[in-house]
Design a protein around this ligand. Sequence first.
Ligand SMILES: *Cc1c(COP(=O)(O)O)cnc(C)c1O
Length: 411
Amino acid sequence: MVVPFSDKTQHEAKAFERTKQSFCLPDGIIYLDGNSLGPLPKGVSERVATAVEEEWGGKLIRAWNEADWIDLPTRVGNRIGAMIGAEPNAVVVADSTSINLQKALAAALQLRPERKVILSDSGNFPTDLYMAQGLIAALGDGHKLKVVSPDEVEDALDDSVAALMLTEVDYRTGRLHSMKALTAAAHAVGALTIWDLAHSAGALPVDLAGCKADFAVGCGYKYLNGGPGAPAFIYGRPDLVDRIKPLQSGWMGHEAPFAFELDYSPAAGADRMRVGTPPILSLTALDAALDVWDGIEIDTVRAASIGLADLLIDEIERRCAGFGLRLASPREGDRRGSQVSFHFDEGYAAIQALQAQGVIGDFRAPDLMRFGITPLYIGEAEIIAAAAGLETVLKDRLWDQPNLKTRAKVT
Ligand SMILES: *Cc1c(COP(=O)(O)O)cnc(C)c1O
């Protein structure tokens, strides 16, 4: 049956009505920073309280088995895996994105011992580059990190490259790489790929298995709304992962942690990418946060996100013309992730002034005002109100106050 377009749109609007009700958002706040820290979903507090009081408090050590804490990293990993096109049991939740990136990179280098180049781009998130630099120094094996501009990546691939390490969506501009094309290009020269999905998971459709991506990592606290410092995830291609010797060879990645053997022997599959004891309370929060996604198609979210981002660009450019703003994001929706950024010389102060208007975005050095688009709880009305707020900030020069120009520790 062909669903008439209007019914479909109504159905989508209904779906987001439900998800919007699923978040605790403070009154009077328009939240355009879910790409940095997702808001609190309603069921989380209760689930965490249950884990604290009934599981930890009541069951004590028995909860590892009775509440199945021990397999929570895989259970939550499978829920995230389903959102990013991973095979079953190919994703585990563990550690932070930085640590997982280093695990994946070490694995890729090990699988290409004769090659010494790690290729990345200047749009990558700095921690990814830092973790590569640290790994190179620790290995002491002559590896080099080669950083090119985002549009030069494909041409820089050659048979010296062991690993292509990229973030799919640029955290500053929102520019989206083609995972499919670049993974194929990397494989054509014999390189392996590591994709950072920090700004992809929960933001747009990802097809890890279909792209034959080798490794991937990403955050639990951005579009997945798992809470501050939520554990991250790591994916390893099932046919590769059994061949790696983990850099961080901890007991939780051992094939038999409770055999307490003196020598390390990795578990089969993605479990070998686990290291130490999982943070059960944070994992429980992330698990509960993922309930919001039940019944929601990521394609629906993507379509709404592109529409809302287009609207934000139009509204800001129309209302704020003549104030020196310049769009930093790709104008074409299919070349963008789920955020919109503008250059503005006084961007930091303007973002502070906008917060005072109840609109929360963020600032990224040197001059970017960044707005995350999250259709689960942001609709057209919020987008228009946010643009109107920015218009007020610029027209009335609300940014031009000394107290708004002193940068806090976290921007
Ligand atoms: C947010 C982000 C990270 C953060 O890593 P943590 O280890 O969780 O602090 C890493 N990579 C990218 C691309 C990010 O956007």
